[in-house]
Design a protein around this ligand. Sequence first.
Ligand code: PBG
Length: 322
Amino acid sequence: MFPVHRPRRLRRTPMMRDMVRETHLRPEDFVYPLFVQETSPKPEPIQAMPGQSRHTIDSLVAEVEKSAEAGLKAVLLFGIPKEKDEQGTGAFIDDGIVQKAVRAIKEKKLPIAVITDVCMCEYTSHGHCGEIVDGDVHNDKSLELITRTAVSQARAGADIVAPSDMMDGRVGAIRGALDEAGFDQVAILSYAAKYASAFYGPFREAAGSAPQFGDRQSYQMDPANVLEALKEVDTDIAEGADMVMVKPALAYLDVIRAVRERTNLPVAAYNVSGEYAMIEFAAKAGVLDRDRIIREVLLSIKRAGADLILTYHSLEMAQKLK
Ligand code: PBG
């Protein structure tokens, strides 16, 4: 040991540190989640997520163009419909907001993949992720709405569909429906281990998707569990998932690591709205060095084992890394 070993030798200069760095961030690592709405003719800033907006189709397309330019390889779309109803019809109609947005992006023929979030909560009047029967979300009835949504997004041109509803059997149901409709090349990024988390708060303000009664604990996972996450990952893979996701990221780094060790599929992690908001508001208050914190957080998620990171800091980071 000491004095033979002096680990500080390799930390002495920036060149030395660059040579031995184990984890690197690249624009290809990031997926940029974006909100598109049809409730206002102008983009609307999201108060709870400084720097992010609910886009119009035009401002969305401009943001996606910038993203492709910066070297990002994928965006993830969330829609905010004009009207909500019991069944969340706006999620699967042919001229739904996300369907229109996907077509508008695809027309530009940009070198960037389009991922669509498959879920009912932004579209239902009650704000839950599926169909309500006797006061709870009915699993198998919800699958019908969810598969219709995935197929209509694929028809609009989505490259990857990402179900985030946490119903049982959804990956298999979506895979079957996509194949039957001729979309066997559309991939599924499954939100396999999605926890019932308080970190989604700002998103629910952004998307207007807070449940009107109760909470999501009967379908999203208990934050205390990690074996259950592996069970969810196993079943989603058996049902045909192409990639699996852990969500949120920062409070679940151990889960990301466990999933990484479990599968050889690409693993994604969602650095969610609350994680974003904590950094932005702390930086505004002058208590954190924003730029360094963003890098440190993203590095930690990658080091934990994520191949892809869904983060609202994607565009900024890609521009900085270029
Ligand atoms: C839809 C969905 C949510 C998020 C992504 N998809 C919200 C929720 O489950 O309540 C959260 C994303 C974020 O917080 O950034 N089910």
